[in-house]
Design a binder for this molecule. Structure first.
Ligand code: V47
Ligand code: SF4
Length: 407
């Protein structure tokens, strides 16, 4: 292939952009922040080339943010959502070896653990006592645990604490259950739903493009499977989230490709609620060691937030997960496309094992203060975006209110 070098006039809104190896290329001189801005204004969908363009260092971040903020306010007004939640990782023992993961342990590793039913129920009790509306449950794929064990985790929690919404098991785990049981995705999800599963988190997405996926987690659920599982969940009325792990070996093309694949699945099945961009945390990971990688910069975090908001025109919410971003960046992200900050979060391990220095839990007062300081109106939501109404006499008592209004 012959590489073309074309010089275009240097103007802040007209930048040369050639990705000759990639499909879907359109003429670079047709892309500018002005043309993208007009499309955003008219609610038109941005394409792959435009998404990649927005990632260029010489496209001013503040102008990308302005566009993303427009979409954010169109969809969610001035609201910034949070919830009161806790995490449960019932085991860190995992058959897989994703090279970005500092959380997993081998079967005989002294770091490995497996929680008993009593420990799991104690976590449920602690959650309810602290007014949590949600428990986020993910873990390793334990070599010796059958599907029934995973169903039981959901069942005992749901039977004992029926008010606690269980957002449990990623598509990677569902795919593992398929392997264990030889049942279909639909059957597996029906069994879990009947046991008390309320919704699914967005993990396991990483980067969908094979060029990257094959290098960071080639063994686990492939891209087609991840999407099939989420589509099937949506068909069953189970809401799900989606993530993207960025800031490692991928480039802008892989990121935008990832976002477009999510947008296409959402067009078909419509059950994604929230997109969460996840910044790679390098500590204690094989990937960082092999490639000498560092954490992505704050600018990269904010640009990814803004580009995600602009590309995912059919996702109602974009989350700035404060545990992963840090409190300051999460607060700033509320003006870069994000409308949700996740929750109080108790017992987070995946990011803390990989070097996160954020606190283990944040109080409701602190969350509300950081949202107000960012010029937004805090709204406590449940997992499926209904308002939560608290008893003023007893903050751990709550009822479900109206769905939040989404534009
Ligand atoms: O799939 C693992 C990521 C994910 C590292 O749905 C890492 O509301 C960065 O999906 N550096 C699990 N990321 C977490 C997850 C999640 C988190 C918060 C909210 C929701 C939601 C979902 O964590 C994994 C992987 O992509 N991960 N190791 C690491 N070293
Ligand atoms: Fe296992 Fe999940 Fe870690 Fe991969 S990311 S090694 S599947 S725990």
């Amino acid at each position: 292939m012959i590489a073309l070098t074309v010089r275009l006039p240097q103007h802040k809104n007209i930048l040369p952009f050639y990705s000759a190896k990639r499909p879907g290329m359109i003429r670079a001189d047709k892309i500018s922040l002005d043309t993208i801005g007009k499309k955003v204004e008219n609610g038109e969908r941005l394409n792959l080339d435009e998404g990649v363009f927005l990632y260029r260092d010489d496209v001013p971040l503040n102008e990308v943010a302005e566009l993303a903020n427009k979409v954010r306010e169109r969809k969610n007004g001035n609201y910034a959502y949070f919830n009161i939640n806790t995490h449960l990782n019932p085991t860190n023992v995992c058959v897989y070896r994703c090279n970005f993961c500092a959380f997993r342990a081998d079967l005989r590793d002294p770091r490995g653990y497996l929680m008993s039913d009593e420990q799991i129920l104690a976590r449920g009790q602690e959650a309810v006592d602290n007014g949590c509306t949600e428990m986020h449950i993910v873990g390793g794929l334990h070599h010796q645990k059958k599907f029934d064990w995973y169903v039981n985790v959901v069942k005992i929690l749901h039977d004992t604490f029926p008010m606690l919404h269980l957002k449990a098991w990623t598509a990677v785990e569902i795919n593992w259950f398929e392997f264990l049981t030889k049942k279909s995705v639909r059957e597996i999800l029906e069994i879990l739903r009947d046991a008390g599963l309320g919704s699914m988190p967005g993990g396991g997405a990483e980067i969908f493009h094979r060029e990257v996926r094959d290098q960071i987690c080639e063994h686990k659920a492939d891209t087609g499977k991840w999407h099939e599982i989420h589509r099937t969940a949506h068909e069953l009325g189970i809401k799900t989230n989606a993530t993207m792990l960025y800031g490692h070996i991928e480039n802008a093309y892989h990121r935008v490709d990832h976002l477009i694949r999510l947008r296409e699945t959402q067009d078909v099945s419509g059950g994604f609620q929230t997109f969460i961009p996840l910044a790679f945390h390098p500590d204690n990971t094989e990937l960082a060691e092999l490639r000498k990688l560092k954490k992505p910069s704050v600018m990269m975090d904010l640009r990814t937030m803004a580009v995600s908001r602009l590309m995912l025109d059919n996702f109602p919410h974009i989350k700035a997960y404060w545990i992963m971003l840090g409190i300051g960046t999460a607060q700033t992200a509320l003006s870069y496309g994000a409308d949700d900050i996740d929750g109080t979060v108790r017992h987070e391990l995946i990011y803390h094992d990989a070097g996160a220095t954020t606190p283990e839990v944040m109080s409701v007062e602190d969350i509300q203060r950081l949202i107000v300081e960012a010029g937004r109106e805090p709204v406590e939501r449940d997992t499926v975006y209904n308002r939560v109404i608290r008893d003023p006499q007893n903050q751990s008592e709550w009822t479900t209110g109206e769905p939040v209004e989404v534009g």
